[in-house]
Design a protein around this ligand. Structure first.
Ligand SMILES: *[C@@H]1O[C@H](CO)[C@@H](O)[C@H](O)[C@H]1NC(C)=O
Ligand SMILES: *[C@@H]1O[C@H](CO)[C@@H](O)[C@H](O)[C@H]1NC(C)=O
Length: 419
């Protein structure tokens, strides 16, 4: 999550709006340095609006409810947003607030709690948030402990949480349960069925933790789960959506790159780069080949049966928009740009990407029309802009920014769009 979050936030630094100059040949808008600076400031103020509203209306609850202007516990009653937003404060340059909150978290967070939490969400939001804040502390002017970055209060908290999650990985296959009680381990009677992303989205945080603490266990556990998933691929190289972590039997056989699967592929690519593990790059390359062969149609990606590759569902899901960004990391700019064009065309049609979009029918999926402020498309746009500097991508960024301001902003934050 560190890379993802950091880059997302760096991206916002050059988002743009209010631009009137248009290049008459290409039809693209032109953004001056001044335009870019104005937009960067607008993004900073958007963050401040959301963050201040959280502190004012919701803290110490997990999340802000931006319409009723109050707070609610969602993933675990551990002031989730405070931890999740900490690294963004540093990226936005608000070092005084970063120092204040890092201190609060370091002195008050206590994860020895009788609560059942999602292993996946706790990893990406809490462990990811703590680790990235830990790594940014020096830059943000924190008086770090001797031995930093291998020492520090936020690193110790991240390790404490990770140790509590380890119980979930104690299965016959090494693939984790989806839920764990932070104090007591896997709850009695817990289902043995976990989604693919819930099995394969640990290597970035767990690898970072192992490299910083010197304890190889976390990285090993995350690798074992990834290897088990890959081992259970079908004869044509595809993975399903849900698997039984004790028997290794697939219980949902649709192969796709969206909900329930997405970040498995993202973490293969990011884990390979971050930890210099060529075997993860090889697994990603093999998976990408099968995805292109069986899922890709006109640079959309359908859901197909994992055993035979027959189309099951010709839809685009908003979560799939992470894919161009991940492709850009492995140098596949051409295909990344083509898929991003597709996704942006949906964005322009509705002002955002609906959760499901039926491609042959050209309309949103029934009851899946909303937009819960997903960051995937803007993250992909950021990665691709960094590689290509293509001004079209600045326009995509500007579209996303202005739609969110127009449709999602409320007096106390930013809300899910439904229609
Ligand atoms: C930093 O955050 C605090 C708390 O939200 C806010 O009061 C302050 O104005 C921010 N400072 C800057 C420079 O943005
Ligand atoms: C956690 O889940 C188990 C099994 O479903 C349940 O018995 C227990 O009461 C739950 N604990 C809490 C704190 O909700």
């Amino acid at each position: 999550m560190f890379l993802l979050k950091l880059c997302f936030c760096v991206y916002v630094a050059f988002l743009i709006i209010n631009v009137i100059s248009v290049n008459l040949v290409t039809g693209l808008r032109y953004y001056s340095t001044k335009d870019l600076e104005d937009l960067r400031e607008e993004v900073r103020s958007m963050f401040q609006h959301a963050y201040d509203s959280y502190l004012k209306y919701a803290y110490p609850y997990d999340e802000l409810r931006p319409i009723s202007c109050d707070g609610i516990d969602t993933w675990g009653s551990y002031s989730l947003t405070l931890i999740d937003a900490l690294d963004t404060l540093a990226v936005m340059g608000n070092y005084s607030e970063f120092q204040r909150v890092a201190d609060i978290v370091a002195n008050n967070a206590n994860f020895d709690a009788n609560i059942n939490v999602s292993v996946f969400e706790t990893n990406i939001r809490i462990i990811g948030g703590l680790l990235s804040a830990h790594l940014l502390s020096y830059r943000a002017g924190v008086n770090v402990e001797p031995g930093w970055p291998c020492n520090g209060p936020l690193l110790r908290l991240a390790e404490d949480v990770a140790r509590r999650l380890l119980a979930a990985f104690d299965t016959a296959t090494g693939m984790p349960y989806g839920t764990v009680n932070l104090r007591y381990g896997v709850p009695p009677g817990e289902t043995t069925i976990t989604c693919t992303a819930g099995v394969g989205t640990y290597i970035v945080e767990f690898g970072t933790l192992s490299r910083l603490t010197g304890d190889p266990l976390y990285e090993e556990v995350a690798l074992k789960a990834l290897n088990a998933l890959h081992h259970h691929r079908s004869s044509i190289g595809l993975l399903g959506n849900h698997i039984d972590v004790q028997s290794g039997r697939w219980t949902a056989l649709d192969a796709g790159i969206g909900a329930g699967v997405d970040s498995y592929y993202e973490y293969l690519a990011k884990g390979a780069m971050l930890l210099h593990r060529p075997e993860l790059a090889a697994t990603f390359a093999e998976s990408r080949k099968a995805i292109f062969r069986y899922l890709r149609q006109n640079d959309w990606h359908f859901w197909v049966s994992m055993t035979r590759g027959e189309v099951a569902l010709p839809i685009f899901q908003s979560l799939e928009a992470f894919w161009p960004g991940t492709l850009s990391l492995v140098g596949d700019i051409d295909r990344a740009m083509k898929s991003l064009h597709n996704y942006h065309s949906v964005w322009k049609q509705y002002g955002f990407t609906p959760e499901f979009y039926n491609i042959p029918q050209g309309e949103p999926g029934t009851n899946r029309e909303g937009y819960p402020l997903r960051p995937e498309l803007v993250e992909s746009t950021m990665y691709l802009y960094r590689v290509t500097k293509d001004p079209y991508l600045l326009e995509v960024g500007a579209d996303i920014l202005s739609s969110i301001q127009h449709s999602a902003r409320t007096p106390c934050g930013y809300a899910t769009v439904s229609f």
